[in-house]
Design a protein around this ligand. Structure first.
Ligand code: C2E
Ligand code: CA
Ligand code: CA
Ligand code: CA
Length: 281
C-alpha cells in the first residue's frame, strides 16, 4: 500500500484486522465503563516493619467488566492512557481514594492516621490542571494533604521538562508527599532523586523477591535502604511474600513494607473489617 498519511493504510491482513477490531471494541467498552462507573478500588496495607502496624494503604484500580469480570489494571491502563480515558478514570481514583481514607481516618481518631497512596499516569502528569485536581480532591474529601502520597514510576519521570518538575513542586507545596514507585528498575534512578522532590522510595519487588537468597539482590536492597536513610527518605519494600524476606528487610532497617505476606489488595469492605474488627463476643 502507498502511504497516504498516518491514518490511511488499508487493513487487509485478517489477523491485523481482527486485532484492530478487538482494540476498537475494548475502546468502546472502556468509554462505556467510564460513563457507567464500572471501576472499583482495592486497598493494600503498607506496614511499619518494626511494629507491624498499618501506616498506610495503596489504592489499586480494578475494572468490573460486565462480561469479562474483574479486569486487572495492566490489562486496561495502557489503552486508557492511549485514548486519554485515564484522565477521568484517574480523577475518579484520586477522589475516591481520598474520600475513603478521610472516612477511615475520621473513624480511627487523630492518634493513628493512615496515608493513602495513589498511582498517577504520565498522561495525568502532563496536564497543567493536575495541581488543582489534587487540591480539589483534598478539599472535597477533607483528607489532610500530608496523608496523601502520589506514586510516580521511574519511566514516568524520564520526562524531566521544567514544567513537570514545577507541577510536582506545586503539588508538594500543598503538603502532599511524593513516592518513586518500582525504584531501581529505571535507567537513572539516582538522577531522579536529585531532580524530583521525592519523599519516599518504593523498592521494586524484583529486588525483594531475591533478597533472602541472592547475595547481589540483598546487597542492592540494603544499598537502596541506606541511600534512603542518607537522604532522609522513607523506604517501602514492595511485594513481600514470605517471612524470610520480611526479616531480611527488617534487619536492614527498611521502614515500611507491602505484600501478600501481610495482605493482598482488599475491597473497602474487607479493609473496613481489618481496620475496625467487629468487637468479639
Ligand atoms: P504497582 O503500583 O507497582 O502496584 C503493586 C502491584 O503489585 C499491584 O498489582 C499489587 O496487587 C501487586 N502486589 C502487591 N503485593 C504483592 C505480592 O506480594 N506479590 C505479588 N506477586 N504482587 C503483589 P495490581 O493491582 O495488579 O496493579 C498493577 C499496576 O497497575 C500497579 O503496579 C500500577 O502501576 C498500575 N495501577 C494500579 N492502579 C492504578 C491506578 O489507579 N492508576 C494508574 N495510573 N496505575 C495503576
Ligand atoms: Ca504503586
Ligand atoms: Ca510498584
Ligand atoms: Ca510494579
Amino acid at each position: 500500500a502507498k502511504k497516504k498519511g498516518k491514518d490511511q493504510y488499508a487493513v487487509f491482513d485478517p489477523a491485523i484486522r481482527e486485532s484492530f477490531q478487538r482494540h476498537l471494541e475494548m475502546e468502546a467498552d472502556l468509554r462505556r465503563a467510564v460513563l457507567r462507573h464500572e471501576f472499583q478500588l482495592r486497598f493494600q496495607p503498607i506496614v511499619r516493619l518494626a511494629t507491624r502496624e498499618i501506616s498506610g494503604l495503596e489504592a489499586l484500580v480494578r475494572w468490573q467488566h460486565p462480561v469479562r469480570g474483574m479486569v486487572p489494571p495492566l490489562d486496561f491502563i495502557p489503552l486508557a492512557e492511549e485514548t486519554g480515558m485515564i484522565v477521568p478514570i484517574g480523577e475518579w481514583v484520586l477522589r475516591e481514594a481520598c474520600r475513603q481514607a478521610a472516612r477511615w481516618n475520621a473513624q480511627r481518631g487523630t492518634d493513628a492516621p493512615l496515608t493513602v497512596s495513589v498511582n498517577l499516569s504520565a498522561v495525568q502528569l502532563d496536564r497543567a490542571d493536575l495541581p488543582e485536581l489534587v487540591e480539589s480532591a483534598l478539599a472535597d474529601s477533607g483528607l489532610a494533604p500530608h496523608h496523601l502520597v502520589i506514586e510516580l514510576t521511574e519511566s514516568l519521570l524520564v520526562d524531566h521538562r521544567a514544567e513537570i518538575v514545577e507541577r510536582l513542586k506545586t503539588i508538594k507545596a500543598l503538603g502532599v508527599r511524593l513516592a518513586i514507585d518500582d525504584f531501581g528498575t529505571g535507567y537513572s534512578s539516582l538522577a531522579y532523586l536529585r531532580r524530583f522532590p521525592v519523599d519516599i522510595i518504593k523498592i521494586d519487588k524484583s529486588f525483594v523477591d531475591d533478597v533472602g537468597d541472592v547475595p547481589a539482590a540483598a546487597a542492592l536492597t540494603h544499598g537502596i535502604i541506606q541511600l534512603g536513610q542518607a537522604l532522609q527518605l522513607s523506604t517501602v519494600a514492595e511485594g513481600i511474600e514470605d517471612a524470610g524476606q520480611l526479616s531480611e528487610l527488617a534487619d536492614g532497617n527498611c521502614e515500611l513494607g507491602q505484600g501478600y505476606y501481610f495482605a493482598e489488595p482488599l475491597t473497602s469492605d474487607a479493609m473496613q473489617e481489618l481496620l475496625f474488627p467487629p468487637a468479639a463476643g
